[in-house]
Design a protein around this ligand. Structure first.
Ligand SMILES: Cc1cc2nc3c(=O)[nH]c(=O)nc-3n(C[C@H](O)[C@H](O)[C@H](O)COP(=O)(O)OP(=O)(O)OC[C@H]3O[C@@H](n4cnc5c(N)ncnc54)[C@H](O)[C@@H]3O)c2cc1C
Length: 495
């Protein structure tokens, strides 16, 4: 059967793209390698506690904010119930060496006030920084429905300045700089590499508001599934796309599956990791320089992660995350530090939606190279030395968390751990990067339009990581098909 479009990969960006195309009357097939759509969002359970994997909270989903408008437009909002994070402090930054704590509240006004209270002599730095974040967000089409659709925003994400350069130009206060840089853990790129513009477009949405979703990532996946069905999207789960067929004149004509079938189509939106996409395209479809560029894209950091359960409720993680920095310097050279020098991100896990947290997830950013010695192994055939290594890392992670969070008072016990190899094998990230490829100064990431007629790219590599970034990428890719002006005009009706 021939479809108007095939969407490859049913993560958030692929699901968004499939809905957008189907909402506009196109016949769409969505193909996902995993047995379920949105595998990254579904998490897993241990000892009665559900641990989310690819979604804990998001910015910009408060009423009238960008993700709220996107979800209403996509017909998802009525299927989701938001779990508001603490308006007066959704993220606590704990700097261990300096004995300093800072709470990020919702809203630019309260954030400005908290920052000025904590750093009274840094008024000019705080105000200039917040104004710059806000104006960076305002310059991005779709995030701001009134922004112009030119490409300059994209270039400032490649040419810089970096976040570090920007902060250095504003202040000499190391603690303030570390506080304003901590959210680089949400996208996995160090402050000395990420463009200020890129950082701002991600954190700016959290400065508006921070919310979880009742039931976590699974509820979001279920909402997407229901909408796919409503719109008649033909969804192929457990089907791997092995190649794309391109006609001799250079136009895409179909998508081949591992079981030998070919889905003929007029066009495709491919949302997989860029290196995986390259493997699907026939020889000669792309120029050698493009291939070299894609193959050379650097990955975001990976992580060691620890999942713990608790016999008693853990109000410390109720509606808030805890970011621990051993010192103000801990974000530099992100991932390339010992566990003891590494920042740590702690977030809640729940036994039942609506209850107080009954567990937590601890994420220590680490380079994928940390587990390179075992990279040829897969789950089930890992050598004993890997097990010993993991045990040692687990012991150190537990000790650090005990030291950093005396509030937990030994109430928790270990349920699971994971390493960069787990991220690689279960997160569909060829090298184990938590958020796919980096967005960093000097690196040209792929854009939605390609040289192959009818082949469009979406996904976190194209715009930015996070649910908001992945949804945005779907709009950016499909805007080339459906018309950006038309999409933006329709979105404005959902404001
Ligand atoms: C530990 C962790 C925590 C996170 N926490 C948050 C958070 O709190 N908030 C937030 O907003 N974001 C968070 N993120 C980031 C967010 O989950 C991702 O940025 C987003 O889900 C990426 O969506 P995507 O569609 O671009 O990619 P993916 O979800 O990777 O989608 C690509 C899909 O393609 C499929 N695929 C791959 N190869 C093939 C093939 N050959 N054929 C068919 N299908 C294929 C994959 O199975 C996958 O489902 C987190 C990520 C991680 C790893």
């Amino acid at each position: 059967m021939t479809h108007d479009f095939v969407v490859v990969g049913a993560g958030v960006s692929g699901l968004t793209s499939a809905l957008l195309l189907a909402q506009h009357g196109h016949s769409v097939a969505l193909v996902e390698k995993s047995g379920q759509t949105a595998p990254l969002l579904r998490g897993f359970s241990r000892r009665g506690v559900h641990f989310d994997t690819g979604f804990h909270y998001t910015g910009g989903i408060g009423k009238g904010e960008p993700l709220d408008v996107f979800f209403r437009y996509l017909g998802l909002s009525d299927r989701l119930s938001l779990l508001p994070f603490g308006a007066r402090g959704f993220d606590t930054i704990r700097n261990v060496r300096d004995g300093f704590e800072f709470r990020f509240p919702s809203g630019y006004g309260p954030l400005r006030q908290n920052l000025l209270q904590a750093f009274p002599s840094e008024r000019s730095a705080v105000e200039t920084y917040l104004d710059a974040v806000r104006s960076a967000c305002d310059s991005v089409p779709y995030l701001n429905l009134d922004a112009s659709l030119d490409a300059r925003g994209g270039l400032s994400r490649v040419f810089g300045p970096t976040l570090k350069e920007t902060l250095d130009s504003l202040t000499a206060d190391k603690i303030l700089k570390s506080v304003l840089s901590t959210h680089c853990l949400l996208y996995g790129v160090a402050p000395e590499e990420v463009a200020f513009q890129q950082h701002a477009c991600i954190v700016g949405s959290y400065y508006l508001s921070a919310n979880g979703i009742a039931g976590g990532g699974r509820s979001l996946a279920t909402a997407f599934d229901a909408r796919l069905e409503e719109l008649g999207v033909e969804t192929h789960r457990g089907c791997e796309v092995t190649s794309l067929s391109v006609a001799p004149e250079g136009a895409l004509r179909g998508v081949r599956l591992a079981d030998g079938r070919e889905l003929r189509c007029g066009g495709a939106v491919v949302t997989v990791h860029p290196r995986t996409m390259l493997e699907m395209v026939p020889e000669g479809a792309f120029r050698p320089a493009y291939k070299t560029r894609i193959m050379g894209l650097e990955e975001t950091v990976s992580a060691f992660m620890l999942y713990s359960v608790s016999d008693i409720p853990l109000p410390i993680f109720s509606g808030r995350n805890l970011f621990v920095l051993p010192s103000a310097d801990s974000l530099r050279d992100l991932g390339n530090r010992t566990l003891e020098e590494s920042p740590l991100y702690l977030t809640a896990a729940y036994a039942r939606p609506g209850d107080l947290p009954r567990g937590f997830i601890g994420i220590f950013p680490m380079l994928p190279e940390t587990t390179r010695a075992w990279e040829d192994s897969r789950k089930g055939n890992r050598p004993g030395s890997y097990g010993q290594f993991k045990e040692e890392i687990t012991r150190r992670m537990e000790n650090l968390i005990k030291r950093y969070c005396p509030e937990l008072a030994g109430a928790t016990s270990l349920a699971e751990t994971s390493t960069p190899l787990t991220v690689r094998d279960f997160g569909n990230s060829p090298s184990g990067g938590l958020y796919g490829v980096k967005h960093k100064v000097g690196q040209y990431n792929p854009v939605p339009l390609t040289r192959v007629k009818g082949l469009y790219l979406a996904g976190q590599a194209v715009t930015s990581p996070g649910v908001l970034g992945a949804v945005l990428s779907g709009f950016m890719a499909c805007g080339n098909i459906l018309g950006h002006d038309r999409l933006i005009k329709e979105l404005k009706r959902c404001r």
